[in-house]
Design a protein around this ligand. Structure first.
Ligand code: 5GP
Length: 189
């Protein structure tokens, strides 16, 4: 998606060889026009998959997932991050390792928002090691939902996330694929 790539080149900051900072338009200050275009793009790509619900992981995935759900005309379900285990029979939960924080968190979702056989589209802001999406898919699997696709705003293709998700059988569609990050360097595939 050219508009997104231009924005990344103009405002993205390669913090080091692994982390890209995009807080001026994606996850701190949000460019709402860009989010609308991102939502249209994902909705067009996944249109034929009869999506019932979009799922994302709080908090950075919410903006692109919201516009995607809007253009697909379906609800958005936000999976929550909890620090400690919560004993509650009404929720699904799994443990996920955070790439950016290098620590584990509990990912949870209320059972009432996930119905058996629903077609789900997972949207997230970044794909690094794939742990967030795999965690969400474990919950969706437990709820007997069907993951029909994974939409990623920025994929860091030099990290193993895409490979892991493809091995798990997912259709992964990324709007920008980064081949390399370095001091002042952002290269796309
Ligand atoms: P994964 O689970 O694929 O290892 O990591 C994905 C999650 O980590 C995303 O939801 C995102 O919040 C965060 N993340 C991974 N890499 C980056 C990065 O380079 N920049 C930012 N801002 N977040 C990242």
């Amino acid at each position: 998606m050219d508009l997104l790539k231009e924005k990344i080149l103009k405002e993205g900051i390669a913090v080091n060889e692994n982390i890209l900072k995009v807080d001026s338009f994606l996850n701190h200050q949000i460019d709402t026009n860009l989010m609308m275009e991102i939502g249209k793009n994902f909705a067009t790509y996944f249109q034929a998959k009869n999506i019932d619900k979009v799922v994302t992981i709080e908090s950075s995935g919410i903006a692109p997932a919201f516009t995607t759900a809007h253009f697909l005309g379906v609800p958005l379900v936000v999976f929550k991050k909890q620090n400690s285990s919560i004993l509650n029979q009404d929720i699904w939960e799994t443990t996920v390792h955070s790439f950016t924080k290098n620590s584990d968190y509990r990912l949870t979702a209320s059972k009432k928002f996930l119905k058996e056989n629903e077609n789900i589209l997972i949207i997230d802001d970044f794909l690094a090691n794939g742990e967030a999406v795999l965690g969400a898919s474990r919950i969706l699997n437990a709820a007997k939902c069907k993951v029909q696709g994974v939409g990623i705003v920025i994929e860091k293709s030099f990290q193993p996330g895409r490979c892991k998700l493809e091995n798990a059988g997912f259709d992964v569609y990324s709007l920008a694929r980064i081949a390399r990050l370095g001091n002042g360097v952002i290269e796309f595939i």
